[in-house]
Design a binder for this molecule. Structure first.
Ligand code: NAD
Length: 738
């Protein structure tokens, strides 16, 4: 039988080689066609008496990237349609039956009576990895880039093709659950240590060795289908089981605050499944899977963290009239905290970098940052010395501005001071080569005002990096009113070259990300001044899903910087533009108590010396509170809500102000840029999934109690009246260069 996505060849020994190779795609994914063909192949292999065993491999560099998430999204849409047309029972059955198909196919491999070997020639993730787990043996070729794992939890779902059952039957329950919770993709050495991969062999020998395993009598029965099978981590109801499951439930709560139904379902599947025979256990997994797939959290995370992110990375916002640009050489002016890191990530991406500062020493210090990064990576075994040397050789440190004259892109990261920036622009302007672009990394100064220093404003743009640049995956590109298409296209192409995700926003004070996250920090000040115990402020923010509390985040970004920004805003727009109580609080902390944040070991927290314990909330903080509320009288749900609503309503204002023109950018930007809870799908999805009407009601309730920071903008009120969503009213633009 001929298949579209698979090639099947049976050799003289009766061993079939199934090669997965979806035509026209760079990666194999499990979609409707591949899934159906795979089911047919499994049936054919099982029923064909001439086939003695099966080796499955891939014709691509990687084995399989996992399930096609757009297929899951389609399933969800069909579910919604069926729900309204045929009712809940029929719709639920549809999702369950669909979820069951793949799991059943994999089980058919396991119990079909023929030995199957997975010849893993490259990375195998998600459903692709689950397919290999259902095979009776796994051999991998020794490719250092290969990773195996189950990353589903990262998009709000979990492995529904047997992964939650097979892994804890192969390794101690704790290791399996950790791997499932973290969505970790591990290398072959770890996979071998954990007993997932049997052998690692040279690529040229892979298929032969897989066939040999069958020829020498490889068993066509999984260990758990044999009599006397013992779980590696012990039965659920045993001393070992009790030692694991009770703390595991507590750990899950500590890590997720129960905001992620997908993560909870992993533990439920493992707990219930390990008490059952495999077939029933797999049905249990499918039930949970179909339930999680229908959750808002899964829909929101798949949309924002997979589809939207992919679309933005593919250049959804790129002007289609500009041909692709490969940035070969950049200059970074200002080799300080940010500039040095921008230089490093660029050189790491193969771009030549000139680091310019006021004098040679300062420029050298900037390059020294790259050396320190490289030394640390080499000593941890994460980088080869030669690769590190190659990165360093691409960086030139100098105080001479003439060095920018052959650069495709210049990024300015000098002090956040209009005068200093203007001086830099005056010096750089005449030296730019034809077609080169100039970007500023300012975090607060409006781009349009800085553009006034430029003769040709079309080449001026903002590229806002987030600190630490090496870790943060977002870059916010700010388009001024006269920024040209070439500047935008260059900025987007450069951001992709350094492997960050770009969002494109229009100019405004604080742009998008800082506007929203500032309100999160301010809400922390507000609660402090109201008398909420500091620990409760921090904990409720984390319970709401933020990665850290507002006081902690403030310490990281530095309290003196916060004060500086308040003062600059006051100077630019007037005293009414800021909250004077916030300023007073910061003046007290920074100027009277010398508390600058983590950088001097004293902020809202006290920081012990390195290696000497953990940070602790500064005990005297409560003395700065004008009053103290009894925690038992506080409404925890309302505190949580305030943190998210205050950021989301600001995000809605950025849409009204035309700073955000595409909802995907607010969503992806808020998750990657400042850790808005991923399970919500981002600031605007948070509103969409709640329902605009309900969100406006919440805003009005909070406005009445706490003031105008919760006042919903007109746009939201209008949308609520028409029952509109952001994605409905502002449909995302199609990718120009898919
Ligand atoms: P920094 O003080 O660490 O670095 C600034 C560097 O610019 C210094 O090395 C200084 O010597 C150099 N410099 C000053 N004038 C110069 C000139 N005329 N020519 C060449 N070099 C000059 O500051 P930073 O924190 O790296 O901030 C730089 C820019 O990045 C600012 O605009 C800031 O708003 C922005 N930014 C900072 C962060 C952050 O978290 N610190 C985040 C995003 C953006």
């Amino acid at each position: 039988m001929a298949y579209e996505n698979f090639n099947v060849e049976t050799d003289a020994d009766g061993i079939a080689l199934v090669t997965w190779d979806i035509p026209g795609k760079s990666m194999n994914v499990i979609d409707e066609t591949s899934g159906a063909e795979l089911a047919a192949i499994i049936e054919q292999m099982t029923s064909d008496a001439a086939v003695k065993g099966v080796v499955i491999t891939s014709g691509k560099d990687a084995f399989c990237a996992g399930a096609d998430l757009t297929m899951l999204e389609r399933m969800n849409r069909t579910y919604a349609e069926m729900l309204s047309s045929q009712g809940e029972e029929v719709a639920n059955k549809y999702v369950f039956d669909e979820a069951r198909k793949l799991s059943q196919s994999f089980r058919n491999i396991e119990v079909g009576g023929k030995p199957w070997v997975a010849a893993i020639n490259g990375t195998a993730l998600g459903g692709g990895f689950e397919l290999t787990l259902a095979c009776h043996y796994r051999i991998a070729s020794d490719n250092p880039k290969t990773r195996v794992g189950l990353p589903e939890v990262k998009v709000g779902i979990f492995p529904g093709g047997g992964g939650t059952q097979r892994l804890p039957r192969m390794m101690p329950t704790m290791d399996a659950v950790q791997m499932l919770f973290k969505g970790e993709a591990i290398d072959l050495k770890k996979a071998q240590d954990r007993g997932i991969i049997g052998e690692v062999v040279p690529a040229a020998d892979l298929i032969q060795r897989a066939k040999d395993w069958i020829k020498v009598g490889g068993k066509a029965v999984a260990p758990w289908d044999e009599k006397g099978f013992k779980l590696p981590g012990g039965p659920v109801y045993s001393k070992e089981g009790a030692q694991f499951f009770q703390p595991a439930a507590a750990m899950l709560r500590r890590e997720t605050y129960d905001n992620y139904p997908g993560a909870r379902a992993i533990l439920q599947c493992v707990y219930e499944g390990l008490q059952l025979p495999m077939d029933t256990a797999l049905r249990v997994e499918s039930r949970y899977f179909s339930k999680i797939l229908r959750s808002n959290e899964a829909a929101a995370m798949i949309r924002s963290l997979f589809m939207s992110m992919q679309e933005l990375n593919k250049g959804a916002r790129r002007p289609p009239n500009v041909p692709p640009i490969k940035v070969k050489k950049i200059a970074v002016i200002g080799a300080g905290f940010m500039g040095a890191s921008v230089g490093f990530v660029s050189a790491q991406a193969g771009i030549d970098v000139v680091l310019i500062d006021r004098d040679q020493d300062a420029a050298d210090k900037g390059k020294g940052h790259s050396k320190a990064n490289i030394d640390a990576a080499v000593s941890k075994g994460r980088m080869k010395r030669a690769d590190g040397e190659a990165i360093l050789s691409r960086i030139t440190a100098t105080a001479d501005y003439n060095a920018i004259s052959d650069c495709d892109l210049v990024i300015e990261a000098v002090f956040e001071d209009r005068k200093v920036k203007a001086e830099t622009y005056a010096k750089a302007q005449p030296l730019l080569k034809e077609g080169a672009i100039f970007a500023t990394n300012t975090s607060t100064l409006p781009i349009n005002s800085l553009a006034e220093e430029w003769k040709d404003q079309s080449k001026f743009i903002g590229i806002h990096f987030f600190s630490p640049v090496e870790k943060m995956m977002l870059s916010e590109i700010i388009v001024g009113k006269n920024t040209g298409d070439v500047a935008l296209a260059t900025a987007l192409d450069y951001v992709r070259q350094i492997k960050k995700t770009p969002i494109v926003v229009n100019d405004s004070r604080g742009f998008f990300a800082n506007r929203c996250v500032m309100l999160f920090l301010f809400e922390g000040y507000e609660m402090l001044l109201e008398g909420v115990p500091p620990a409760m402020i921090e904990n409720t923010a984390k319970m709401a899903g933020m990665p850290v509390g507002p006081l902690s985040l403030n310490d990281e970004t530095a309290l003196d910087l916060g004060l500086k920004i308040l003062r600059a805003t006051e100077a630019d727009i007037g005293a009414q533009a800021i909250n004077q109580d916030h300023k007073k609080l910061l003046v007290e902390l920074v100027e009277k108590r010398g508390r600058l944040g983590r950088k001097n070991g004293k902020g809202f927290y006290d920081y012990p010396e390195k290696g000497k314990g953990q940070k602790k909330l500064w005990p005297e903080l409560t003395t700065l509170q004008p009053k103290h509320l009894d925690p038992d009288t506080l409404d925890v749900e309302e505190l949580k809500q305030r943190f998210l609503v205050v950021q989301a309503v600001e995000a809605a204002r950025t849409v009204e102000d035309d700073v955000i023109t595409d909802p995907r950018e607010a969503d992806v930007g808020s998750i990657l840029g400042f850790g808005f809870p991923p399970f919500t799908g981002g600031t605007l999805s948070y509103i969409d999934f709640m329902g605009t009407k309900k969100f406006v009601e919440q805003c009005l309730k909070l406005e009445k109690k706490y003031g105008s920071r919760f006042t919903p903008p007109k746009l939201l009120i209008d949308m609520a009246a028409k029952n509109e969503t952001f994605y409905g009213r502002f449909p995302p633009k199609k990718a120009a260069a898919a």
